[in-house]
Ligand binder design. Structure first.
Ligand code: NAD
Length: 435
């Protein structure tokens, strides 16, 4: 099948290269000419495990084309998948300008008939507006994307579900053909329901993180270990332990923006909603907990381990590690260092006080505190004896305690002053050491 992917970002490239691997012919269309010229040279504009291999194969087999021209590209396809960004508007709502702009251009250049598929995460209250814009000529459907950066290629080939938000049988059978080689449950529903499945999923995941983080703060006050609590809680199959890792909170290009947008949707339909606002507030509280500790201890030389919003990506969008760096930059500190295995140091230029390191050991030389801000495996595999010998003072803040990268008891034995996020009392660790 011949498909045009509009927007060659994380969603567009993973979807398009995945579809090419399944045998389809793909045209990528992006207004960012720099991105297109990189792709034409066989280079990815970002890091995503497994994607370089797909790009290489697809280019070798002449399955993919790249362009910035709607006029040239749109007529090549029988279907157009809209994968452009939907950033936050000033009031927190979902900005649909890119989606509407892309849809208008596809309509302008499309042949008589074809299939227009919205994969971008859109405002459920504006589904009708998109439907009106498209009208009767093209067949419109909503197939939201659920990939998770860092494991996006895996998610494409083995999705938890495929959601087809359709209004007619012809679109449905086209989508079924497009994805026929992908196994997994199909949810066939209305466009509204499809958009809501995406919205509710993201918000539920973010809510779980804030829920466990609120309890992490509580556990810290009473001297309990949040990981022990979650271990016990998660054994109840009605609850489970997935996505209940305490830490600095959630970031990335989706959860914070989708939550902000949902707060607006609720007020637009007149339903009182303190709940989702609180999910965002708790996320900020986690960063503030670290900032307050550093202020209280009067520490002046801080190394932040991790900059990306999660491991296995170079994506820095709305990263909690960077929110922390921003807050630390506002304090009167002597030195702030950031260490990350994948982040582009150029993107940290906006923090002139911050020094960037790839090597964890170099990043801690002469420092007083290390904050674990992103759970990259490498930060659990370092030689802590060496780290201890390099630091001026040996204080650690485990900002990703739920991921269990650091063995607190061993670190305490090595002479570190270890603090899990939220921890105010050291009761349990001391007790365990004395046993
Ligand atoms: P992105 O910013 O990585 O990519 C979007 C691309 O669209 C950019 O390359 C941009 O240049 C291009 N673009 C913008 N306007 C255009 C236009 N009019 N015509 C052609 N190209 C245009 O975004 P992303 O992370 O891939 O996200 C895309 C959508 O998918 C968003 O709605 C997002 O919420 C959703 N989503 C993202 C993820 C994720 O993990 N990144 C997961 C699921 C869903």
């Amino acid at each position: 099948m011949k498909v045009v992917i509009v927007g060659a970002g994380y969603v567009g490239l993973v979807t398009g290269l995945g579809l090419a691997k399944l045998g389809h012919q793909i045209w990528f269309l992006d207004i960012d000419e720099k991105k297109i010229s990189l792709l034409k040279k066989g280079k990815l504009p970002f890091r995503e495990p497994g994607l370089t291999k797909l790009l290489k194969e697809a280019r070798r087999e002449n399955k993919v084309y790249f362009s910035s021209s709607y006029r040239e590209t749109v007529p090549q396809g029988e279907g157009w998948l809209i994968c452009v960004g939907t950033p936050s508007a000033a009031d927190g709502s979902c900005n649909l300008d890119f989606v509407l702009g892309a849809v208008r251009e596809v309509i302008r250049w499309a042949p008589e008939k074809g299939f227009l598929v919205i994969k971008s995460t859109v405002d459920p209250l504006r589904v009708g507006e998109i439907e009106e814009l498209v009208g009767e000529r093209l067949r419109l459907s909503f197939v939201p994307e659920f990939l998770s950066e860092g494991r996006a290629v895996k998610d494409f080939f083995s999705p938890f579900r495929l959601v087809f938000g359709v209004k007619d049988e012809v679109s449905l059978s086209w989508l079924k053909r497009l994805y026929r080689k992908i196994k997994g449950e199909r949810i066939i529903c209305s466009p509204y329901e499809a958009v809501l499945i995406k919205c509710v999923s993201n918000i539920f995941l973010a809510t779980k993180i804030s829920f466990v983080n609120l309890w992490a703060l509580f556990c810290g006050r009473v001297g309990a270990d949040i990981n022990q609590v979650i271990k016990g809680v998660g054994l109840d199959p009605r609850i489970g332990d997935k996505f209940l890792a305490a830490g600095l909170g959630f970031g990335g290009s989706c959860f914070p923006k989708d939550l902000r947008a949902a707060c607006v949707y609720f007020s637009q339909v007149g339903i009182r909603n303190c709940f989702l606002k609180e999910v965002l507030q708790i996320n900020q509280m986690m960063v503030e907990w670290v900032v307050e500790k550093i202020k209280k201890w009067q520490k002046k030389k801080i190394a932040v381990w991790g900059a990306t919003f999660k491991p296995h990506t170079d994506d820095l969008r709305e990263s909690q590690a960077l929110v922390l760096v921003e807050r630390l930059s506002q304090l009167k500190l002597r030195e702030i260092r950031v260490c990350d295995p994948a982040a582009d140091p150029e993107q940290l230029r906006r923090y002139p006080k911050v020094k960037f390191f790839r090597d964890p050991y170099q990043s801690v030389e002469g420092m007083e505190v290390i904050v674990l801000a992103t759970e990259w495996e490498i930060f659990g595999q370092v030689d802590f004896k060496k780290v201890a010998s390099l630091m001026e003072e040996k204080t650690l803040i485990d900002g990703r305690v739920g991921f269990k990268l650091w063995d607190k008891e061993r670190l305490i034995r090595l002479g570190f002053d270890y603090w899990a996020i939220g921890e105010e009392k050291k009761m349990c660790y001391t007790d365990k050491n004395e046993q």
